[in-house]
Design a protein around this ligand. Structure first.
Ligand SMILES: Cc1cc2nc3c(=O)[nH]c(=O)nc-3n(C[C@H](O)[C@H](O)[C@H](O)COP(=O)(O)OP(=O)(O)OC[C@H]3O[C@@H](n4cnc5c(N)ncnc54)[C@H](O)[C@@H]3O)c2cc1C
Length: 471
């Protein structure tokens, strides 16, 4: 029996896409930077079928690239490299397995789209707080595998912190079932943590138990203009002091970033003249209906205005206006992609060093490449800032010629991030794009342990080869 026939016998003929045009959407990454090839794109319907596909591939030494919504930023879900490979998609595994209001937990198939999990939580009058621009198409398996962050980390934590249990098909086809909803469990090593953020290199996540939270009844959202990154950070400290855990998002955008949005996303309305270097989107929430959040936010911003931190601010007067302000923030990736060739970074820097980082990186990149538009946005409340150098007017066939520029800009960001005790990947992962940088920023002992873990769990190197670890 041919391999494709064997796959068809497991998942059904309709769910195996052989080479040809129908494979196209699965062979290229969201940014259009990488293109690969696959023997087949396979869509199993459940964990047992995933296990059977993995066993069949392992018997023949065929590699597997797990793919969720294919919205990742680092080329980690693209089947590149010399090995024979299949792409394994979990689209058909989109069942909400159960919701516990008492235990504040939801059990899901890993192929559930993030927005569907949010909706299922809301239907149970709970909140699943993970939120990001791609939430309408990214899958929980992809969120877990990149340890996605998004806009609510400040209050609720990263995907890792939102995870209670996990189900994984290991590279030999065995099922690791840790679908617990326990909040306390100190039984030996917490093995599920290895698979979170592993970018599909250690196994295929097929299910997860995730934390839920009380659903906020009210929110207030504001957009403010500030004159310096120091003012942004001072306002963050004041907001934490005044509003405590009500502060759920603190998202910064540089003026250049908003200009890019205004130029490339037609249905976004920017309510201000763009005459200051930093813009901040602040959200506060509460479960109590009776709390006047808009007044609390106005009072914070008014005090900040008096102290010269905030130069202008708009508190949304309605839910529709709040959504319109969030739309600006959620448009950054789409807008930047349309603006030119984007060399983007995903740095986390301790907040005390955030201002130094921003200044040093901006001036060094500007000196290296004066034609680049250097724009920034980020979840600054949790220390994560994305620095983007956008080079306009680059045709696809000219991209190769930019590889030296990309390397030089990456080196600047790596040097400054490391010098200030930061990370080059706050939430997007390493994938293909950042592989070569990993060894530069990670100590030798950590590299050795990473390689040993990979060797232990995936000795034949079948899971997402060529990703995360450099050769
Ligand atoms: C507009 C936009 C905005 C974004 N905003 C944010 C943001 O604010 N914060 C953030 O963190 N990210 C953001 N991202 C990046 C991306 O959406 C997230 O990283 C998301 O978590 C990826 O999910 P996915 O299902 O698309 O994964 P994919 O891109 O399909 O895969 C990503 C990685 O996970 C692996 N993988 C996928 N599913 C599985 C599985 N079931 N088992 C094992 N491995 C698997 C893949 O092999 C790959 O290594 C954004 C992306 C876009 C396009």
């Amino acid at each position: 029996m041919s391999f494709l026939d064997e796959l068809a016998a497991i998942v059904g003929t309709r769910h195996v896409i052989g080479p040809g045009d129908d494979q196209e959407p699965y062979l290229t990454d969201w940014r259009g930077r990488y293109r690969g090839a696959a023997l087949a794109v396979v869509k199993p319907a459940g964990t047992q079928e995933v296990a059977a596909v993995v066993k069949a591939a392992a018997r023949r030494g065929i590699a597997i690239v797990p793919q969720g919504g294919n919205t990742g930023m680092c080329g980690a879900a693209t089947p590149v490299g010399p090995r024979e490979t299949i792409v394994l998609r979990l689209d058909r595994m989109n069942r909400i397995r159960g919701v516990s209001r008492l235990g504040d937990a939801i059990a899901v198939d890993a192929g559930c789209i993030l927005a569907e999990v949010q909706a299922a939580a809301e239907a149970a009058d709970r909140l699943f707080p993970l939120s990001l621009g791609a939430e309408g198409s990214c899958q929980i398996g992809g969120n877990l595998s990149t340890n996605a962050g998004g806009t609510a980390v400040l209050r609720y934590g990263t995907t890792r912190e939102l995870t209670l249990g996990l189900e994984v098909v290991l590279p030999d086809g065995e099922i690791f079932d840790a679908m617990t909803s326990l909040r306390k469990d100190s039984t030996a090593y917490d093995l599920k943590q290895l698979f979170i953020g592993a970018e599909g290199t250690l196994g295929i996540i097929t299910g997860a138990v995730l934390k839920l939270f009380p659903r906020p009844r009210r929110r207030a959202v504001a957009l403010a203009k500030l004159g310096s990154i120091e003012a942004v950070l001072d306002l963050l400290a004041a907001a934490r002091t005044e509003l405590g855990d009500r502060l759920s998002a603190f998202e910064v955008m540089s003026r250049g970033q908003i200009e890019v949005i205004a130029e490339h996303v037609p249905d976004v309305t920017i309510p201000f003249a763009l005459d200051q270097p930093w813009h901040l989107l602040v959200e506060i929430v509460d479960t109590l209906e009776s709390v006047d959040l808009a007044a609390a936010l106005e009072s914070l911003l008014a005090a900040a205005y008096e102290h010269g931190l905030v130069l202008d601010a708009l508190v949304a007067a309605s839910e529709a206006q709040a959504k319109a302000l969030w739309k600006i923030r959620h448009s950054v990736s789409e807008a930047s992609k349309r603006a030119g060739y984007v060399i983007s970074h995903d740095s986390a820097v301790p907040l005390e060093h955030q201002a130094t980082f921003v200044r040093r990186v901006e001036s060094r990149i500007a000196a290296l490449r004066p034609d680049a538009r250097i724009v920034m946005h980020g979840h600054v409340g949790d220390g994560n800032i994305h620095v983007l150098a956008i080079i306009p007017g680059i045709a696809p066939d000219q991209r190769e010629a930019l590889s030296d520029v990309v390397a030089a800009i990456n080196a600047i960001v790596d040097e400054e991030t490391s010098a200030l005790g930061g990370s080059i990947s706050a939430e997007h992962g390493i994938g293909l794009a950042n592989r070569a940088r990993l060894a530069r920023v990670v100590p030798a002992v950590e590299m050795r342990l990473l390689r040993q873990v990979k060797q232990l769990i995936d000795p034949a190197g079948l899971m997402n080869p060529g990703k995360v670890l450099p050769d």
